[in-house]
Design a protein around this ligand. Sequence first.
Ligand SMILES: C[S@@+](CC[C@H](N)C(=O)[O-])C[C@H]1O[C@@H](n2cnc3c(N)ncnc32)[C@H](O)[C@@H]1O
Length: 380
Amino acid sequence: MRATPRHRFVHRFRANSDGPLHDLDADPISLLPVVYHGQPLTHVAADGTPLPSTNSEAAYVLWLVERLGVEPTQQILEIGSGSGWLLAVMAHLAGPEGAVTGIEIIPSLADQSRADLAELGRGNARVLTADATCEPISGAPFDRVIITAATWSLPAAFFDLVAEGGKLLVPLRLPRDEGCEVTLLRRESCGFRAEWSFPGFFVPLVGASQSAEIARVRIDEWTVQAGIDAEPSLSYPFWFASLAPSLPGTASPAFRRHLAMTEPGFTIFEPAAARPAAAKWLSDFGLLDGKAGSAAIMRAGRLIGYGAPTATRQLLESYRRWCDLGMPGPTAYKLQVIPTEATVSNETAALTEVRGDSTFIRSIDAHAGAWCNLLERTSS
Ligand SMILES: C[S@@+](CC[C@H](N)C(=O)[O-])C[C@H]1O[C@@H](n2cnc3c(N)ncnc32)[C@H](O)[C@@H]1O
C-alpha cells in the first residue's frame, strides 16, 4: 500500500456510488481521508457521467491478491484493470523480473492508468485498451490471472490465458444475479478446478459472451403470461427452522444456495410491491417449471404453489436430498469449469450448466460444509 498509493490512481470519483462528486486533482489534501476510508470509489468521466468502473475497496482486493499468490518473477494479467492501481500493486509484488498486463475496455481509464503507472515508475506494467472477451490478448500463458469484473461465462480464449498449474481468480456470477462467488481456479489439463470461493460483488464484465442476464420473476405477471390461476393452488406452513414465521429461517440461505447450485429451475421472485434494498436477501425464492406451468415459492414461513404441483414436488425432493446430505453450506459445492466443446457427460454431477463457451460442473462434498458437522462439533 505504501509503495503504491491509491491516491495516485484516482481522479474524479464518488465514494461508493452515491456520494458527492470529488476531484482529487483539484483538492488533493482534503480528499485523502475519503480515498483511504476503506470503501469502493466509482470513477466519473470528465463530463460528469458515472463510469461503469470502481476502484474496489482496497483491503478486500489486497486480500484477494494474497489468495491468488502473486510472487516475484511471475507473468500476471488483470482483465478489467480500471484505474491501474491494482495492476501497480501486482507489478510491485512481481518485481523487476516479473511483468503485469492490464486490459481495460474504457479508453479514458486505460489512458489515464498508463500515465499514472509511468509516473510511479512501474516499467514492468503495460495496459492494453480492448474488450477482453473478444479481442486477442498477447503474452499468454500467464502464471496468474485476475478478473476484477463479475463474469457469467469464460470465453473459449480465456482457457489458454492461464499456464497449466497457474491460477485464475474470478468473480463468477451466481444464477439469477444473486451476487458472485469470487473463485480461485487452478488450471488443469482439461480446464479449471475451483480451490476456494468467497461471496462478493463486482461491476459486470461486459461483452457478447456475458449477456445471460436472467430477470427475476414477478409471480403476478408470470401467472398471466402462463395462463394459470393467479391464486395459489396450495399453501402450507414451512417454517424452516425459523422461530418467527414472518422471517426466513436461519437455514434458509443455505438451502437457497443448494437450490441455486443444483436446480436449473431456481428462481428469485420479485415482490409485487417494491421493497427497500436492505430486504434484498429476504426476497422470495423457489422453483419455476415453465413447461408444466408450475411455480413453488418459499415465502417467510410458507411454501406456496401456483398452477400444477410439479415445481412444489421438485422443491420438496430437493429439500429432502439436502437434509439427507446433512444440510450442506456454501463451501460444500465443488466446481469444475471446462470448455463446452470438451464436455463429456458426468453422472455424479449435481448440476451441469452450459454457459456459452464454458460448462460449469458442480458436485457436492457434503463433508466440507454440512451443518450437521457444525452441530456435532458444537455439541461435543
Ligand atoms: C472493478 S473495476 C477494476 C478496478 C481495478 N482493479 C482498479 O484497481 O482500479 C472493473 C473494470 O473492468 C472493466 N471491464 C468490464 N468489462 C470488460 C471487458 N470486456 N474487457 C476489459 N475490461 C472490462 C470495467 O471497465 C472496469 O474498469
